[in-house]
Design a protein. Structure first.
Length: 33
């Protein structure tokens, strides 16, 4: 297992999940108000 690939996965996965979560929350708020 390549260390660089592992670090990229560890860093990029939470970032992508955070962006997805933020986008979902914004869409929900936009729908509510």
């Amino acid at each position: 297992m390549d260390i660089k690939t592992t670090l990229e996965y560890i860093v990029m996965y939470p970032l992508g999940f955070g962006l997805f979560l933020t986008f979902t929350i914004l869409m929900l708020l936009d729908g509510l108000f």
